[in-house]
Design a protein around this ligand. Structure first.
Ligand code: KG4
Ligand code: ZN
Length: 345
């Protein structure tokens, strides 16, 4: 186990701007969130049915100073009270990441504080530490967001072994595309989740893809195509689409694969703790099914509150804390790395 205790309080000012949320937070000693400010760009991107990278960067530039100031204010802190500045430097949209990285560098340099670059996925995983005092590595974690679907062993703070990943679309991406196809709009995940509550998950059978020779990998493009074919066929036949049934059946197909891979990995590899993370981890069916499956197999399940599932800076502050106390420091040449791999520095 790496060192995870220090004598003095460590307060991290954290910044996150990898996609469509401009966020800043102050986190004390890794698990105490003193402030968590999120400026969402959803209203802006809804007009276009998805995130427009150029607009995202501009909006981040407009909001970042306000968000950082609000995070410090809410935490009743001035810059001199901060121990270090942590920032997401990848993966994500390059222009969006650059805004956060430049802001963090400027603040850290001006205030003479250490700078810590944080991997966005490590942030999502770390969101689980915020509300679960008892959670410590090792455990199995399923990370499901708009850009990523990974099944990993969290071996220690900041140390991951990747068991599986998606071969094509991310789980959240599949939710967003299906939502758009049935006219539910952007962002699709929460809308499909809501519509599915009134539908029958057994109404339409959609395929569950297995990846040959890679039991923990995922593939969602076949499922997405099956949903689109179903919609096109219904339209051609002049049949009305039952949106609630379609949403519930699609969601059921995604959730079944996510749950079975995760639980099988925990049982086969002998881990007693399972966590879920990322925007899709706030999906109500995923939470319910994962809870039931973990209970059946005697596994302890952890998940963050919805506000810590979708992009936020508190999770970056938590990850940044563990990186900081383990000695990680970034140079003033820290750059945005849009395709940063998990485990890479
Ligand atoms: O983690 P996140 O905020 O951003 C990325 O790092 O990608 O995840 C956003 C994704 C979107 O695809 C969104 O549709 C999905 O998470 N999402 C959901 C739900 N809430 C957000 N998917 C399914 N059900 C939800 N309740
Ligand atoms: Zn994310």
């Amino acid at each position: 186990m790496k060192k995870n205790r220090v004598e003095e309080d460590v307060c991290i000012l954290a910044i996150e701007s990898s996609c469509d949320e401009t966020a800043a937070a102050v986190v004390k000693n890794g698990r105490e969130v003193l402030s968590n400010v999120i400026s969402s760009q959803i209203a802006l991107h809804t007009l276009y049915g998805g995130v427009v990278p150029e607009l995202a960067s501009r909006k981040h530039m407009e909001k970042i100073n306000q968000v950082v100031e609000a995070a410090l204010d809410e935490a009743h802190m001035a810059l001199e009270d901060i121990t270090a500045v942590a920032v997401t430097y990848g993966p994500g949209l390059v222009g969006a990441l650059l805004v956060g990285v430049a802001e963090a560098k400027a603040i850290a340099y001006g205030a003479k504080k250490p700078l810590v670059g944080v991997h966005h996925i490590e942030g999502h995983v770390s969101a689980n530490f915020i509300e679960h005092e008892d959670l410590e590595p090792p455990f199995i974690c399923l990370i499901v967001s708009g850009g990523h679907t990974h099944l990993v062993v969290v071996k220690d703070y900041g140390e991951f072994e990747i068991l599986g990943r998606t071969r094509d679309d991310a789980a959240g991406e599949a939710f967003d595309k299906v939502a758009r196809a049935v006219g539910l709009g952007y962002p699709g995940g929460p809308k499909v989740d809501r519509a599915a509550k009134k539908g029958n998950p057994q109404a339409i059978h959609f395929p569950r893809a297995k990846v040959e020779g890679a039991p923990y990998d995922f593939s969602f493009s076949g499922l997405k195509s099956a949903v689109l074919n179903y919609i096109n066929h219904a339209k051609m036949m002049g049949e009305e689409i039952q949106v609630a049934d379609l949403a519930a059946s699609f969601q059921h197909a995604v959730v079944e694969v996510l749950v079975s891979h995760t639980v099988e990995a925990a049982v086969e590899l002998g881990y007693g703790k399972v966590a879920i993370a990322g925007g899709v981890a706030s999906n109500s069916a995923l939470r319910d099914e994962m809870r039931k499956a973990c209970k059946r197999r005697g596994l302890k399940l952890y998940y963050p509150s919805p506000v810590f599932c979708t992009d936020n800076a508190a999770m970056i502050g938590t990850a940044g804390y563990y990186e900081y106390i383990n000695g990680a420091r970034s140079g003033w040449d820290l750059n945005a790395v849009p395709n940063l791999k998990l485990g890479e520095r």
